[in-house]
Design a protein around this ligand. Structure first.
Ligand code: R1P
Ligand code: URA
Length: 292
């Protein structure tokens, strides 16, 4: 039996669009690019050959158009996994729930989602300007723990190994990390020789959770050193950002394909940052548009 969703659970605006994104079902493409910065939507859309709609609400800006014949939707998520919860549930509803009957559709429509972001590099081989495609994401954000099926899609053995390595217990740096794979076929198609395949930690903050200490000391002063040293089945943790875990996790649970590609704008080991990255990220956008 397909499910029916009450008005309070699936909030639809008077014009038939979904509550936060303000996008209507017919405006969503199967290929989706997510970016954090609303300003990056125009940069992606500047490559489009045609545009069919532009919608904006809060930090969520959306353009649907075509690139070399491919219909693509680009949407900004703002910062953080809490916003990914909104964006992923709303785009999945646009694709898989009938807005007239409020019933789940008979057949699941699978979406292909690539997040293009910025990140901090954690290894000597990930200096500023490196493009990293996330093969796995480590969630320091706790979002996936609110959904049933979390244990079935996460890498429980790697989670245990990381927790043992970090030595965190009780409420130190809680919630416990969850580890989730990106879609392997999508990773193979999106990542070329021009990208590092990486393990990305998505943090619930830019400062403390990423081991940045300004005036307030960290709960675990050795956090980043331990993260940089962690090795599991030949993999090392390569970068910090703030959305890839919830994106990979919710996509797996919903039956969509997803991965995250980021450009390193700060190398934490070298203590260097580059704030003039806006032109260079356009190169990453072009690679993704060609390969999605
Ligand atoms: C922090 O500055 C923001 O930058 C990164 C982080 O994930 C976080 O959203 O990604 P975006 O450049 O896509 O926003
Ligand atoms: N985005 C992050 O989340 N961290 C960084 O260090 C840089 C960009």
């Amino acid at each position: 039996m397909n499910k029916h969703f009450a008005e309070s659970e699936l909030i639809i605006n008077g014009d038939g669009s979904i509550f936060h994104l303000h996008v209507k079902p017919e405006q969503l493409a199967d290929k989706i690019i997510l970016v954090g910065d609303p300003g990056r939507v125009a940069l992606v859309a500047s490559h489009f050959d045609t545009k069919e709609c532009e919608v904006e609400s809060r930090e969520f800006k959306t353009v649907t158009g075509t690139y070399k014949g491919k219909r693509i939707t680009v949407t900004s998520t703002g910062i953080g996994c809490d916003n990914i919860d909104i964006v992923m549930n709303e785009i999945d509803a646009l694709a898989n729930i009938d807005f007239n009957t409020r019933m789940e559709k008979e057949h699941t429509r699978q979406l292909e989602i690539v997040r293009i972001g910025t990140c901090g590099g954690l290894q000597t081989y990930t200096p500023e300007g490196t493009f990293i495609c996330s093969v796995k994401s480590v969630g320091f954000d706790g979002l996936l723990n609110f959904y049933q099926g979390r244990n079935a899609v996460c890498d429980l053995a790697m989670e245990r190994a990381l927790l043992n390595h970090l030595g965190w217990s009780g409420n130190m740096c809680a919630p416990a990390p969850y580890i989730i794979d990106a879609d392997s076929e999508l990773v193979e198609r999106i990542a070329g020789d021009d990208m590092v395949l990486g393990v990305t930690v998505a943090c619930g903050g830019f400062f403390g959770p990423q081991g940045r200490q300004l005036r307030i000391p960290l709960a675990d002063p050795n956090q980043n050193e331990k993260i940089e040293n962690f090795e599991y089945n030949g993999m090392k943790i390569t970068n910090f950002e703030m959305e890839s875990s919830a994106l990979a996790g919710l996509s797996r649970l919903m039956g969509h394909k997803a991965t995250t590609v980021c450009m390193v704008i700060a190398n934490r080991r070298a203590g260097r940052a580059n704030t003039g990255y806006k032109n260079q990220i356009d190169d990453l956008i072009t690679l993704v548009l060609e390969r999605i």
